[in-house]
Ligand binder design. Sequence first.
Ligand code: GTP
Ligand code: MG
Length: 197
Amino acid sequence: LFAGPCEFVAGAATESALPPSDIIEIAFAGRSNVGKSSLLNALTGRRSLARTSQTPGRTQQINFFDLGGRMRLVDLPGYGYAKASKAKVGAWQELIRLYLKGRPVLRRVLVLVDSRHGLKETDIEVMTMLDQAAVVYQVVLTKADKVGASALAQVRETVEASLRKRPAAHPDIAVTSSETRHGIESLRAELAALAEA
Ligand code: GTP
Ligand code: MG
């Protein structure tokens, strides 16, 4: 699936601009700068399909990418701090909320969490909203290349403990680095299996 064609289909800045909900979608959610667009690029093997930046707030609309007509990858703007106006950030948050709660084809949300920082209040809020909407989500620890093995094990344990306290069961935490490509192949296989199911 990930070896085949992948192309940009649509960018939506408002609810009415969302493309029709007709094939399954995997969304990339997380705080600004956590590495959502970079992970999407690493998974598809395209260096600059989704635009990335050192400045939080790079992705300013919901971008949809089609994988061979069988699945869409959905790159969301970051939540939390972003170098953009309050009004703009507020509008993104509302659009993200509408999208995440009202998308029947949404098969899984990847909730990206920086390996150095662990879960933040905004991550917990999104997970609570997804639990309420009965949407499956999987935590992905990003930028694993930035921390040592013991720190990584520790953050993983803390996130696992926090997930165990939540109402629903969730897929296992994934650990990735878009830099070294650690964990990319196995996440790819896991997501590709969702297109078969
Ligand atoms: P917004 O669209 O602003 O919400 O950000 P984003 O979550 O899409 O993050 P993006 O992919 O643009 O990456 C932000 C910065 O982190 C960029 O400078 C990336 O090069 C860097 N980055 C992303 N993933 C990794 C990683 O796995 N390792 C390292 N070392 N840097 C990474
Ligand atoms: Mg982005």
